[in-house]
Design a protein around this ligand. Structure first.
Ligand SMILES: [Zn+2]
Length: 132
């Protein structure tokens, strides 16, 4: 039986749900990149942290970070080379701050002002669900 995965800390969820390829034939094919894989690319490639620093930020060992990051890079390469969409979805993660999803416009936002009744920062809706 596989060992259960520990939760990985990510700062913020992605601002979008994924990417859509342009001009290809198989417009429905998608590569799923989970949120810890997304975070590893963000920390190592976008923010130029070392794998050691990224591992500390995500609360995982360096070998675990290396494995997650390697899988993420392979998936991005697969999407690029084979012309697939990318969908950000799933993963065993928790967020650094309280995040919510709007039931009206589906946007993601955090409650940085610590309001007792947070509302959607985009459309003002009170129909929101905490994300965990
Ligand atoms: Zn909204």
């Amino acid at each position: 039986m596989a060992r259960p995965k520990n939760l990985r800390k990510i700062e913020n969820p992605p601002q979008i749900k994924g990417y859509q390829q342009v001009g290809g034939k198989n417009t429905q094919d998608a590569v799923i990149i989970n949120l810890e894989e997304y975070e590893s690319i963000k920390l190592c490639d976008h923010l130029s942290l070392t794998q050691e620093e990224a591992a500390i930020k995500m609360g995982v060992s360096r070998p675990t970070l290396t494995r997650v990051y390697s899988t993420a890079r392979k998936k991005v390469a697969e999407a690029f080379v084979l012309g697939k969409n990318i969908v950000f979805e799933g993963g065993k993660v928790y967020f650094d701050s309280d995040w919510y999803k709007c039931g009206n416009c589906n946007s993601l936002f955090n409650n940085y002002m610590h309001l007792s009744k947070p509302m959607c920062s985009l459309c003002g809706s009170l129909s929101i669900t905490p994300i965990n």
